[in-house]
Write a protein that binds this ligand. Structure first.
Ligand code: ADP
Ligand code: MG
Length: 279
């Protein structure tokens, strides 16, 4: 017997989405056909207004199409009840947004534990899982900070930890580095890349063509449709250059290096002097 290949994670057939009524109708998706298999890292690009966010919202069951078919893991989404959709959203899908969407009055760890509220775990267990996710992103010493005490890059890492805390198999990221400087963006991409290497499916919208190098497939959208769709060889994460030192540690290590260089030169000088003296 030949092994049965699993159905694609995502399959869209002639998907349409419009907003508004009558003269004020906007067509956001205009006949999308798309198949995404398990473990793909898809980067979606395209001009503002071409329907990228609408597409992610529909894929993530936050919104529904006006017409067309959407099968999620082989199951037509249309036939899934509201309550099960909510459950799928909670258990299988992790969202990362451009604006981080952290709750400002909750600590970092409470924010990360949030998706586990319906998991049936006790509060302590939820915090333990959140703590584990934060450790993965080297944020263990920020657990009891408030979001506003973090840098943009750290906030986005918290948001990714939150998206991953319940171990979803699909990560949807809408311009996750849109508000970050290039160094922080690179770190976020390295982290998404690692999540991808662990076998998860990632669908990421980005404006930055440099960041698509981590994806293994690049889709350009135009006017609510796919314009081009190409497979590419993804860049492997550079694990050695991953987590930035905090400004303080950077300073300390810079001073250390300087001292080491000084020591070496002094030693060399001393050796030279010794030699000279011997002569
Ligand atoms: P992108 O993310 O590519 O910039 P969007 O998916 O946000 O594009 O939007 C696609 C189109 O749909 C745009 O013309 C936008 O104005 C419109 N649109 C998006 N959301 C809504 C909404 N909730 N109500 C009305 N129009 C919307
Ligand atoms: Mg958008």
């Amino acid at each position: 017997m030949t092994p049965k290949t699993p159905p694609p994670v995502i399959k869209l057939k002639d998907l349409h989405k419009s907003y508004g009524f009558g003269d004020a109708v906007t067509t956001a998706l205009d006949g999308m056909n798309l198949t995404i298999n398990k473990g793909e890292f898809v980067a979606i690009m395209g001009p503002s207004g071409c329907g990228k966010t609408t597409l992610l919202n529909i894929l993530g069951l936050l919104d529904q199409p006006t017409s067309g078919e959407y099968d999620l893991s082989g199951e037509p989404v249309e036939s899934i009840s509201q309550s099960r959709r909510a459950q799928i959203r909670r258990e299988q899908i992790g969202f990362v947004f451009q604006s981080f969407n952290l709750l400002p009055r909750q600590t970092v760890i409470e924010n990360v534990a949030l998706p586990l509220i319906y998991s049936g775990k006790t509060h302590t267990k939820r915090l333990q899982s959140a703590s584990k996710a934060l450790r993965l992103f080297h944020l263990q010493n920020r657990e009891y900070y408030m979001p506003h005490q973090l840098s943009g890059g750290q906030m986005q890492r918290v948001a990714i930890a939150r998206a991953l805390v319940n171990e979803p198999s699909i990560i949807l990221a809408d311009e996750p580095t849109g508000n970050l400087d290039s160094r922080s963006s690179e770190i976020i991409m390295q982290e998404l890349s690692e999540i991808h290497q662990r076998g998860n499916t990632i669908i990421m919208v980005t404006h930055n063509s440099r960041l698509t190098s981590y994806a293994d497939r690049i889709i350009y959208m135009l006017d609510g449709r796919i314009d081009t769709d190409s497979k590419v060889e993804p860049k492997k994460p550079d694990l050695t250059a991953k987590i930035p030192l905090s400004a303080k540690r950077r300073k300390v290590s810079a001073v250390k290096k300087k001292t080491e260089v000084k020591k070496k030169t002094t030693n060399k000088k001393a050796a030279k002097t010794k030699k000279a003296v011997k002569k």
